[in-house]
Structure formats: C-alpha cells, structure tokens
Design a protein around this ligand. Structure first.
Ligand SMILES: [Zn+2]
Length: 270
C-alpha cells in the first residue's frame, strides 16, 4: 500500500512538470472508490497551478477548484508527454498540454474527486479528520505529547489512526517506535514528554529517510512499489520476525494489533 513517503515521492515526480499545463480532456475508466463529482468535460480548459500533498491525498490545484487524488491500496501514477493507450487498470487520465497524468489502480480503492475549493464540504469530508503533517512545521513535540495524553489505546494504534499525526502507516510506525525505544503496546497516554519527544524525532527521521530513498529510485518508481519495497530492505524491525535485532541481536517479535502486524524488539523497546 502506498504510504505517505511514496505519495510524497509521487508528488515530487510530476508536480513541477504538470504545473502550468492546461487541461485538454479527462478520461474515466471503471468506477473508483468515490465518483469524480463532475463531468470530465468540466475539467477541460482549466490550468494546473501545482500539486500539494495532505496526508496521503495529492491535491492538484486548478485555476478553478482542485482534484483530490488518493492511491488507495494499489494505485500508482505516471506522467508522460506521450502515454500508451490506456490499459485495463488505467482508470483516470488527465490530459494536459504538458503531458498526461494517469492513475493505474488494479484494486480500485483509489479515487480522484473534484472539489470546488479546499474548504468545500466535499473536500472537508475527505481532509477534515486528518491530523497534523508529520514533516510540516506544525508537528512539534509538545503538541504531539498533548495529543497522546488523552488516549489510552496502544501507541502503535494511535499512530495508525492518523488523527494525532497523519500518514504514519504500518511500516513507519513500527520503525519509529523501534528508533524511539518504545514498545508498540504502551498506552499512548502513559508516554512521557521526553519519550514523546524521541518518538516525534523518530517519526520525522523514518519518513524523511523513506522519501530520500524513494527519490533515488524515482526514474524506476513504478517498480519501487513491488512486494519487497525498497524501504523494507533497510528496515530495523518491519517484516523481520525471528531475525536478530540489528542493535542487540535478540529475535524480533511479531504481534497483531488492530489486525495489523507489528514488529518490535524486546531488548531495545520498553
Ligand atoms: Zn534490539
């Protein structure tokens, strides 16, 4: 599943190239998770101003309104001046004077939604519940600690819920908790300010590293989402059950929390 770093790397891979392009046409394939919300013809003539990211949404700003794109479970994006004819799993094309933005999504949990403005009801419904951006200036240790204080649930699940801080998915939550030395089962409310501060730094570190790693494989990006994702190759705990901890040598443990696999080290995390 594309997580925040993959979405950010995707954004960087086409944002500059599409900006300034005028929309010539839009094409829909099979239905995605949510409908577009306007006739595709309505998009023709619009100019793409830029591409931002909020959580795992790509916000494609137009001179009138915006498109919210989500990659779902299996979505990937290409941007090409001369794309081949759409294939079976290509369910959205935005053809612009700069090139064609195409969403390929075999499982169709992704979506492209048109909204008249970012604060319109349709956009607010998708973006309204999202927590603070982990790589943005508003994510600070004190506010993060305060956000955890009212939460009795295990810290791993509070991170995944996305309403305290957005976009820390399963891989990155396990990795950040390892770096911070915090057991994933610890009640969020019991995490002290110094430990929350370490976790805050760890979250930023793992996400920034993953964006960097993605950046280096940008030209080959669609392949970078293969089953053995590039970030997993350097993971400390994720998907390493039974293997020795890279720090202390103890076997990495696996447990299931909220139906998601969690990996941790009993020696390094308390
Ligand atoms: Zn260890």
């Amino acid at each position: 599943m594309p997580e925040l770093p993959e979405v950010e790397v995707t954004r960087r891979s086409f944002a500059d190239r599409i900006a300034g392009g005028r929309v010539l046409s839009a094409r829909l394939g099979k239905p995605l998770r949510w409908p577009l919300g306007c006739e595709p013809a309505h998009l023709a003539g619009r100019t793409v101003l830029g591409v931002r990211r909020r959580g795992k949404y790509l916000l494609i700003d137009l001179d009138d309104g915006l498109l919210l794109m989500h990659l779902g479970m299996s979505g990937s994006v290409t941007f090409s001046p001369d794309p081949p004819a759409p294939g079976t799993h290509d369910h959205f094309d935005l053809v612009t004077t700069r090139g064609t933005l195409r969403l390929n999504d075999p499982r169709r949990f992704g979506a492209v939604v048109h909204a008249p403005a970012e604060d319109s009801p349709v956009a607010a419904k998708l973006l309204g519940g999202l927590g603070v951006e982990p790589l943005g200036p508003d994510f600070d240790p004190q506010a993060f600690h305060a956000g955890l204080r009212g939460r009795r649930a295990p810290i791993k699940q509070v991170l995944l819920a996305g309403d305290v801080v957005v976009g820390v998915g399963n891989i990155y939550a396990s990795e950040a908790l390892f770096l911070a030395g915090i057991r994933p089962t610890t009640s969020a409310a019991r995490i002290s300010l110094p430990r929350a501060t370490r976790l805050h730094a760890a979250i930023r570190q793992v996400l920034a590293q993953a964006v960097e790693a993605g950046g280096s494989t940008l030209r080959d990006f669609s392949n970078a989402w293969g089953e053995s994702g590039y970030f997993q190759l350097q993971a400390m705990v994720y998907d390493r059950a039974g293997q020795p901890c890279r720090v202390c040598g103890r076997a990495i443990k696996r447990l299931v929390q909220g139906q998601r696999a969690t990996y941790y080290c009993t020696g390094c995390q308390s």
